[in-house]
Design a protein around this ligand. Structure first.
Ligand SMILES: [Mg+2]
Ligand SMILES: [Zn+2]
Length: 202
């Protein structure tokens, strides 16, 4: 059996894409500046790249699974044109208070619950303690903490600046805060280099 692979869990809106509220139209999809280049850099670290995204717009009836599929295909096409791809995209379509059954429910996948990360780990054989997460909200940080992901990064794109003001001292201590995805990737690759040197010297 192959050794578990390290992953980087990526939030979508406000982290990879411009935060536009409930994105329902693939034509309005906009990658944030520098995203493709940053993901290409991350590829050099041989991480499994996994998007985990809350999409309660489905429960709310603002768009459906087919629309979301089109949006994610468009996102992959744009990234492919820039020479990079994502390994998996998991989404939560639920909301506890909006829509009707079965989409209206208190699920285990909507962040801050860790369900999507745990599902990805079991489906793709991922090494959670040695993985990273990057997101712009407290929900991203909490979901990855509850999933046992050690490296947690808050980007200040999207809702990141507002999130930063709400973090407790303990959360702040456990979180790398960086301006954007490009610097998040540098943080990960730099930490990796130090780990490697530590191993070689012992
Ligand atoms: Mg977000
Ligand atoms: Zn869910």
């Amino acid at each position: 059996m192959a050794a578990p692979q390290r992953a980087v869990f990526l939030d979508r809106d406000g982290t990879l894409l411009d935060e536009t509220g409930y994105l329902a139209d693939p034509g309005e999809l906009k990658l944030l500046d520098g995203i493709a280049a940053a993901l290409r850099r991350l590829r050099q670290g041989s991480f499994f790249l996994c998007v985990v995204t809350n999409q309660s717009g489905i429960a709310r009836g603002l768009f459906d699974e087919a629309d979301l599929d089109r949006i994610h295909r468009r996102m992959q096409e744009k990234l492919a044109a820039a020479g990079v791809s994502l390994d998996a995209i998991l989404h939560c379509p639920h909301h506890p208070d909006h829509g009707s059954q079965p989409l209206r429910k208190r699920c285990l996948c909507r962040k801050p619950a860790p369900g999507m990360l745990l599902e990805a780990a079991s489906r793709f054989g991922l090494d959670l303690p040695n993985s990273w997460s990057i997101g712009d909200s407290g929900r991203d940080l909490e979901a990855s903490r509850r999933a046992g992901v050690s490296g947690r990064i808050l980007v200040l794109t999207g809702k990141g600046k507002a999130t930063l003001k709400e973090l407790s001292a303990a959360e702040l201590e456990a979180t790398h805060v960086v301006p954007n995805l490009a610097t998040a990737v540098e943080t990960i690759l730099t930490a990796d280099t130090f780990d490697g040197e530590g191993l070689r010297s012992t």
